[in-house]
Structures are given as C-alpha cells and as structure tokens.
Design a protein around this ligand. Structure first.
Ligand SMILES: Nc1ncnc2c1ncn2[C@@H]1O[C@H](COP(=O)(O)OP(=O)(O)OP(=O)(O)O)[C@@H](O)[C@H]1O
Ligand SMILES: [Mg+2]
Length: 371
C-alpha cells in the first residue's frame, strides 16, 4: 500500500432496527419498527410530513436516542454509542457547513479532529473533490458557492470519513429542478463507486423510484411497505401506498362486489368478479382506456384537461369520484365534454373497503409487473 492512500474505502455495514420505539414525552412518534437495511443497499424513505423520517435517521446517526429497542450496525449494537463512534455520516437539507472555513477545511475538519496527518488529509480532499467536481473551489468559503456546490461540499464532508453508513435527509430539496436531476445521477454514481449502506429521505418520488434499491414507505412511524420501486409501483400493499406513488397518483374508487360483478357506487358495472363485499378499486391514470365514440364503457364527464407537452391529463368524474386519465399528447382523445372509458381488468388493483389493504386475489395481480 502507498504511504498516502488516495482511495475512498468503505466497509459497508447492515443497519438493523430491532423493535425500536421513539416517543417525545407523550407523543409516540415511532410505535415500533423492526427493519433491516442490507449492507451496501440504497434505501429511500418516503412518507408524509411528520411521519418520523428525520427522527428515524437521527436515531441511526445517534443524534436522537431510541426510547426502546436496539440499533445494530453489522450486528453490533450502537444505540448507546456517540454519533462519532458509530462510523456513519449524515448530510442535511440545509448543508450545515462551517461558514468561516474553506471548502477544503470544511471537508477535512473531521479528519483533523480524528488526528490524521496533513498530507493524508490533503490527499483525501483531493480525491473527494475530484469525485464531486469541486477541485477548483477548494479555497473558497461556503458563502462564495452556489447552492448546488454547497451541497456537494456537504456530501464530500460526509464521504471523506469513509462511513460504512451514509444518511441523507432531503439533501436535494433546495436545488432547482435541473440541478436536482444532475445531482441525483451523480449520487447514484457515487453510491456505485463507494458502496456505503445508504438511507436517503426525500419527498420526491422520482428520486425514490430512480435511486432506491428498496423504498420504505412510512406512515405515522410505521412501515406501510418496504420493497423494490417496481413492486411498490406495480403491487402497492395499501391504498396509502397506491396514492403516494405515481404522478398523478393512482385513482381510487369505492366499489362493491355481489359475487358475480363489481359495481361502482352508482351501479355501473366495471367487470366480472367473484368476491362479495366493499372494496376500493385502484387504477393508474395511464391504464384508463378512452373508448372511441361515447357509447359503451363507464360514463366520464370531463372536468378539465391539462396539456403537459409529452402527455395530457384529463380529469373526469366517474360515479361521482374524480379520476385522472393520462394520454399521450396529440393522442386520440376527442375533445368531448363527456367520455366513455374502460378499466382493463389486468390493470386493476383491489383493496379492502375498510382497511385499505391490498387483496391478494385482486385482479391481474400477477400480470402487473409485466410478467
Ligand atoms: N424534539 C422534538 N420534540 C417533540 N416532538 C418532536 C421533536 N422532533 C420531532 N417531533 C415530532 O415528531 C414527529 C416526527 O417528526 P420528524 O421530524 O421525524 O418528521 P419527518 O417525517 O421528518 O417530517 P418532514 O417531512 O416534515 O421533515 C412530528 O410530529 C414532530 O412534530
Ligand atoms: Mg424531516
């Protein structure tokens, strides 16, 4: 090995939360979580505001204590360790850089505190700055950088310590759309190169779909679904997940089965179905089929139409429920005030009317991911 090692070496560790709970006083933010992020895996956490995403990251990082339960990195308990003893690094939405230090000093500060020699620190700064395209900015202070550059410094500061666990709390939220897109691709590339176990919180479902090996959907501190992006999109475990993913999200309509057909609340028949009971019927906007001519199918008075360039979104009412239909731009949808549509059986999702949980024997379950 060289006297000065110039590569970033990460020993990725699995993260396990074993029956972890978190309460702030009487407020039970996380009732009980038992999950594992696999070694080297990129997990994205999605969930509504206040569901406990930041709290979860902070407990992993050691910035918040667990109320009960254990956290294990690579099988070793860390819940009682100080943040700096855990071998993990966190990147925040607001960058949290030291304003009086240069880019190089910001990135290498933790190495200095850890007692690393100056030549070693400089070598590490050089390689990390090279990875993040910050080579020309090393002598600048954060105030002399753009938002995107500051965020890269924050990322550099995190990875320079070679953390086995890398945590991101909405790191791209302050960037404009183009920069967000570019940084997202760089992050994916960075992950491939350094391989740290990564947990990434976002509100952006495109980030979730494109970056994640698995997506964890949290609802009130509990797991709604923890699965691959493909499974989350094609086989949502609940109405909550179905409505959370997809833009526009899945349409959900109340429906009733009488043992032979499934009807909407106004009595219109969707199709044949053998189960009895109250259901919630789901169909993605891109799966609704607009019939040519106004006869046949389900009656769908048009409320409005948005042309987005690549495609159009048509908002209609079906059995009194707002439904959105996505159609290719310049497609065949006539400019009627009333359409007739059908819901192809293989594209339908069926959820329990009361609990909202997916019904395994619902329509077309096996064919939804194209298999
Ligand atoms: N220090 C605290 N004391 C009391 N309650 C807190 C504290 N920190 C967070 N909470 C509460 O815990 C819940 C979860 O907060 P958290 O910050 O984890 O949410 P989040 O999912 O990250 O939300 P957002 O998407 O808005 O960032 C919220 O109801 C919040 O008000
Ligand atoms: Mg948060």
């Amino acid at each position: 090995m060289n006297a000065v090692d110039t590569a970033i070496h990460v020993a990725a560790k699995s993260i396990r939360l074993a029956d972890v709970t978190k309460a702030y006083g009487k407020v039970n933010v996380i009732p009980s979580l038992d999950i594992e992020f696999r070694s080297g895996e990129f997990t994205v956490i999605l969930g509504p505001s206040g569901c406990g995403k930041s709290t979860l990251l902070q407990m992993i990082a050691g910035l918040e204590r667990v109320t009960n339960g254990k956290i294990l990195f690579g099988g070793k308990e860390v819940q009682d360790l100080e943040p700096k003893q855990r071998g993990c690094a966190m990147v925040f939405q607001n960058y949290a850089l030291y304003p009086h230090m240069t880019v190089a000093e910001n990135m290498s500060y933790s190495l200095k505190v850890a007692g690393m020699t100056k030549p070693e620190r400089q070598a590490r700064v050089k390689i990390v700055a090279g990875m993040l395209g910050l080579g020309d900015y090393l002598d600048r202070k954060p105030g002399q950088l753009s938002g995107g550059q500051r965020q890269r410094v924050a990322i550099g500061r995190a990875i320079i310590r070679e953390p086995g666990v890398l945590l991101f709390d909405e790191p791209l939220s302050n960037l404009d759309a183009q920069l967000r897109h570019d940084t997202r691709i760089e992050l994916a590339d960075l992950h491939r190169r350094i391989g740290a176990t990564t947990v990434f919180v976002t509100h952006d479902q495109v980030e979730a779909m494109t970056l994640a090996d698995r997506i964890l959907i949290l609802n009130k501190g509990q797991v709604e679904q923890f699965d691959t992006p493909k499974a989350i999109y094609h086989r949502p475990a609940s109405v909550f997940v179905a409505k959370f993913i997809g833009s526009p999200p899945m349409n959900i309509l109340p429906a009733q089965g009488d043992g032979s057909v499934l009807r909407l609340s106004d009595g219109q028949v969707v199709g044949e179905y053998g189960l009895k009971g109250d259901f919630q019927l789901g169909i993605r906007p891109e799966n609704v089929v607009v019939e040519q001519g106004m006869s046949g199918g389900l009656a769908a008075p048009v409320r409005f139409r948005e042309d987005l360039g690549s495609h159009s979104i048509i908002s209609v009412d079906i059995a009194g429920t707002p439904v959105r239909i996505a159609t290719p731009f310049g497609g065949v949808v006539p400019d009627y005030t009333r359409l007739a549509v059908t819901f192809p059986m293989k594209a339908l999702h069926l959820f329990d009317g009361q609990t909202g949980k997916a019904i395994p024997e619902g329509f077309g379950v096996a064919s939804k991911d194209g298999k």
